[in-house]
Design a protein around this ligand. Sequence first.
Ligand SMILES: NC(=O)C1=CN([C@@H]2O[C@H](COP(=O)(O)OP(=O)(O)OC[C@H]3O[C@@H](n4cnc5c(N)ncnc54)[C@H](OP(=O)(O)O)[C@@H]3O)[C@@H](O)[C@H]2O)[C@H](O)CC1
Ligand SMILES: [K+]
Length: 497
Amino acid sequence: MIKILSAQQIRALDAYTIQHEPISSIDLMERACRAFVGWFTERFDETQKVAIVCGTGNNGGDGLGIARLLKMWGYPVSVLLIRGGTDTEDFKTNLERLKGKVEVIEIASTDSDLFSRYDIVIDAIFGSGLSRPAEGIQAAIIQQMNQADVIRIAVDIPSGLQTDKLSQGEIFKADFTISFQLPKLAFFLPANHASVGEWCLVDIGLSKAFIKEISSSHFYLTSKYIRRILKPRSKFDHKGTYGHALLIAGSYGKIGAAVLSGRALLHAGVGLLTLHIPQCGYSIVQTSLIEAMVDVDAHEHFLTTLPSLDKYTTVGVGPGLGQDALTIKAFGKLLEDFRKPMVIDADGLNILSANRELLRTVSPGSILTPHPKEFERLVGKWSDDFDRLEKQKALAKQLKSVVVLKGAYTSIASPDGMVYFNSTGNPGMATGGTGDVLTGILTGLLAQGYSSVDAAVTGVYLHGLAGDLAAREKGMISLIASDVIDFLPAAFKKAMA
Ligand SMILES: NC(=O)C1=CN([C@@H]2O[C@H](COP(=O)(O)OP(=O)(O)OC[C@H]3O[C@@H](n4cnc5c(N)ncnc54)[C@H](OP(=O)(O)O)[C@@H]3O)[C@@H](O)[C@H]2O)[C@H](O)CC1
Ligand SMILES: [K+]
């Protein structure tokens, strides 16, 4: 997985690389400029008229170097320079190198058609050195860039966006952000999507030894990391090796949630599956999930009783459960009696929110899978995405469990304060039942003996990967939860290849 470092750590990484490679800072900047231009020239041809808006720090220095290289590549490029703040040495060097090659226009005020003659605007005003909201002429120019009818590309991080803190004021709204070597925490927070756009990393050869050594509590999941976790099967394995899961789900009119979750659970590789459902679901489940055993509740419509629990490796509970008073009672008894890690989702989470005394009976090592609304019921309102992240970490610590907060970059908080951001999935998955599918996958992995954190990161990754494979085949609009299950085998194969 890829470490997500703070602005301060990135500066330390810079300095370490310069010192130990060794490489001069201007040559490291040149490497960054080349990496950016490599990305750019693959996507845009020389007919594009380019404006590069530069500040006077190293982000601006990057912009000047990029201008020189693009000019060499034959692009019609101009530099718009905003003075203010100290000129860094590398900025000055690159300004010197630009003389006589590229037009540099110093701008001290905005006028409405500043960008009307360009096709692409590259933002190199501020990078990871931003320490306060953009103001004055910088803020006005950023606003002007955002209003122009151009393609907007940010160098390293959109100007005005803080790397790892709450951002305020004008922020550049990039269509693309080309970031050096490592992603920034800001990229994973929902509120920043409009500013970051589609981001990608370019390698500028920063010290791998330093990155290995430095500690971080935020990570970005990669296929390589997931591959290392997934365990291949061995010849002498048998059904028992892969656990016996109990799935408690479904109520009258919502038996589908139990079927979706059960199907996903089976495809996640569990050895045996028993579904506990109300009587109204008996023939539906026996017909649609022939590989699963069924244990029927005493009630016709919803959960009121529990089977004996000791033969089950793990329990998944919540999809389509409902919140009848008798269900709440049975759920409370489940938490009391089943003292092993379990997966709690949907109405299981809503029952916890409405009966907070039950929170202390959640078995340590469990996995909770709220979407933002369920999360708000659990922890209350948050002021911004950073506050939400802190609440997620705090809940994971309080329950000694893993909290999976579903969304564009689903985040997985472990009890020890680590947070993993998922790298798969797509908006086509915002459709009924995909949460039930995730619950099934997580329960299936937990039943096979994966640790709660490994089951959560792997399950979330595979769930999103299956959704990506399904979207590639069927498009995002028509994608439904069953498609995610259908592509789960391909996701496992791809992740283990
Ligand atoms: N390893 C790498 O990732 C490399 C990154 N490079 C590039 O370097 C920038 C970071 O450059 P830096 O000089 O640290 O800072 P910025 O260019 O982002 O900002 C310039 C200065 O602006 C001042 N500042 C901060 N906030 C504001 C504000 N709101 N208004 C006005 N001025 C502001 C601040 O100085 P102060 O003393 O005023 O705090 C900044 O120093 C990184 O993003 C990359 O693009 C290297 O090129 C190669 C390696
Ligand atoms: K920038």
